[in-house]
Design a protein around this ligand. Structure first.
Ligand SMILES: Nc1ncnc2c1ncn2[C@@H]1O[C@H](COP(=O)(O)OP(=O)(O)OP(=O)(O)O)[C@@H](O)[C@H]1O
Length: 605
């Protein structure tokens, strides 16, 4: 959608509606800096012109107020006036600091919320092929940690950067107005301090990156171990896993100890450099003051300003380092935004799907050169049960990916039509809503079973949910759970057995009641008897739907109206069960093998 977006510019479109908050925060920062800089001027005035006798050098308005309180003598008798002005300035500083921080936090959260929402919406609309190519962990990291880096930059570093620039500009103006030579000494130190902190922070940020990567490795080891807990236990790999974790954990701790050492080194030298700046100003200022080049009050003000800019200057390198870190994170976010969303042509159709499906000369390859499907042609009659039998990797699921438009057939690679309409002309949403799919490893959400089934139809009541569960032969099992249909399915559905999960997914598809239903190896975890019952119930209950059955098990598909035998992407044969048996080809071989095994142990595989 936002194809041309690049790094820092990404913030601009998302800050719409929040820019005024950034401006208010900037104004508050200026007020804060101005008020904090005014304080040393009051001290200077008090020391030079109230306690001592240096002539006033103010404009008429200020002189009017000074005269109002009795001039130099009046203030001398009432020194609390200077104290009160300093107090007022301190209150202004604190209040503007509060407003600045609060407002920038509000603005930042608004911008970040916008980025997150848009990113999530965009990811939802990206093609399936993009999701297959990218690792889930990486996408999550970009949508959370990287967005957090940006948030931290806007809310903290950006305002600190602005504050530091303001501090330096205002202090230099005030210092120049007091003494040019002393200001030039400060000016020599500024690039030294900024350069030192930039170089050191550059070195440190590489170490931070290594520590981040080590944390990622630790995270991966933990995640893999927890996800594969059953395999770990089954193979007695606990000790190996503990050792692996311990090794990564040690590496991570050592890196942080080293970082702590280097940080201490950095801050220590930094303190020395900035301390040297203050010391130089104190020495030079004292000499100038003794020589009468500056007054005592000016000397005090100089020393204050130098101390005030020393710390922010030292942090400036860190801010620059954070800026480059933020640019990296923004680029990672932009990479996602630059991906093209799936879009439909404005004239795309929403035709009736209760029609014949036809694959004509379909040839398809993923990214490699080997065709996964090779010049396939067959027809699935509306309302019929069509089965696809084929070995592992023969392209059965790929056929369904194409039917569902998870991948589009490139031009010149054949066509897939429903009721004569090329599916590339059909609106994706309409197509997918009309094709119900149950996969071999169905995904269930961490919700109740009722919600998992009802997710396809928000109007469905419990009666309808029970009805479809009964057809899918999972009703009894659900009723046996202590909370029945309100049982919450654990993470990735671990509280249900593989077969139960498949049956819940079948119930979900039945409730969706689509004109086309696909069972992609989704009866594999169901025993043969239940498999037969489900198919019988389907045949009786859902006569109008076109059913596509994909299976390795001949008993699952032998009653289909038509069976396609797929062999390495080619149609090896097509016909009814009886026809295929008579032809004595691949189908007959598989049948013989499966039936012989069935004879041996009394069941069919
Ligand atoms: N997204 C993808 N990118 C690249 N290659 C893929 C992709 N999906 C599948 N393949 C490859 O395409 C071939 C066919 O895969 P497909 O999943 O269609 O086979 P299948 O017949 O359904 O296999 P199975 O019965 O084992 O599920 C395989 O060699 C597989 O490695």
């Amino acid at each position: 959608m936002k194809k041309d977006i690049s790094d820092l510019k990404i913030i601009i479109p998302f800050s719409k509606g929040y820019q005024y908050l950034i401006v208010i925060s900037a104004v508050a920062t200026i007020i804060k800096v101005a008020a904090s800089f005014a304080m040393p001027q009051i001290i200077r005035f008090t020391v030079d012109s109230v306690i001592d006798n240096v002539p006033f050098s103010f404009n008429q308005t200020i002189m009017y107020f000074i005269e109002l309180v009795g001039g130099r003598e009046g203030i001398r008798q009432n020194l609390w006036i200077s104290a009160a002005i300093i107090l007022i300035l301190a209150v202004i500083t604190s209040f503007s600091d509060f407003i600045g921080r609060y407002i920038i936090a509000k603005g930042t959260e608004g911008i970040i919320k916008n980025i997150r929402n848009n990113l999530y919406n965009h990811i939802q609309k990206l093609p399936y092929s993009w999701h297959v190519k990218n690792q889930t962990g990486d996408i999550i990291q970009r949508s959370t940690s990287d967005v957090d880096v940006v948030r931290n930059f806007i809310s903290t570093q950006l305002s600190e950067m602005f504050r530091t620039i303001m501090l330096v500009i205002i202090s230099l103006i005030l210092m120049f107005s007091m003494n040019v030579k002393l200001t030039l000494i400060v000016l020599i130190f500024i690039p030294v301090v900024v350069l030192y902190s930039s170089i050191f922070y550059g070195i440190l940020s590489k170490k931070f990156l290594t520590a981040d990567e080590a944390e990622g490795e630790l995270f991966t080891v933990t995640q893999e171990n927890l996800t594969g807990v059953r395999v770990v236990r089954a193979f007695g790999r606990e000790k190996y896993e503990i050792d692996k974790f311990s090794e990564k954990n040690n590496k991570f701790s050592e890196l942080w100890v080293k970082l702590g050492y280097q940080l201490g080194y950095y801050w220590g030298i930094g303190d020395f450099v900035t301390g040297s700046l203050v010391m130089t100003i104190v020495i030079a200022g004292s000499i100038f003051a003794v020589d009468g080049a500056i007054t005592l009050g000016e000397f005090m003000a100089f020393a204050s300003y130098t101390a005030m800019i020393a710390w922010p200057l030292r942090s400036f390198g860190r801010i620059l380092g954070e800026l480059s870190k933020t640019k990296v994170s923004l680029e990672r976010i932009c990479e996602i935004f630059r991906e093209q969303e799936e879009t439909d042509d404005s004239d795309s159709l929403t035709p009736d799907m209760n029609k014949d499906i036809e694959f004509k000369n379909v040839t398809f390859r993923y990214e490699g050169n080997t065709p996964i499907l090779d010049d396939l042609s067959f027809k699935i009659e509306a309302g019929s049960t069509f089965a696809i039998l084929g070995g592992t990797g023969s392209g059965k699921s790929t056929l369904m990916h194409l039917l569902n438009r998870l991948y589009d057939l490139p031009d010149g690679c054949g066509t897939i039509t429903i009721g004569g309409v090329d599916i590339r002309k059909i609106k994706r949403e309409s197509l997918r809503k009309n094709i119900g799919m149950v996969l071999q490893e169905p995904f269930l959400f961490s919700k109740t079973i009722k919600e998992n089934i009802g997710i396809v139809d928000s109007d469905a009541d419990i009666k309808q949910i029970k009805e479809v569960s009964s057809i899918a032969h999972v009703d009894d099992a659900i009723e046996n759970f202590s909370n029945g249909y309100d049982t919450i399915v654990g993470e990735r559905g671990v509280t249900l057995s593989g077969g139960q999960k498949q049956r819940v997914a079948i119930a979900r598809m039945l409730l969706q009641n689509t004109p086309i239903m696909v069972f992609d190896d989704s009866l594999s975890a169901v025993d043969s008897e239940t498999d037969a019952k489900i198919r019988a119930a389907l045949k009786n209950g859902k006569k109008s739907s076109t059913v596509i059955l994909i299976s390795h098990r001949i008993t699952t598909l032998m009653q289909a109206d038509m069976i396609l035998v797929l062999d390495r992407g080619k149609a090896a044969d097509i016909g009814t069960h009886e026809e295929l048996l008579r032809r004595d080809g691949i189908y007959k071989n598989i049948y013989d093998v499966q039936m012989n095994i069935a004879d041996v142990d009394g069941t069919v595989i």
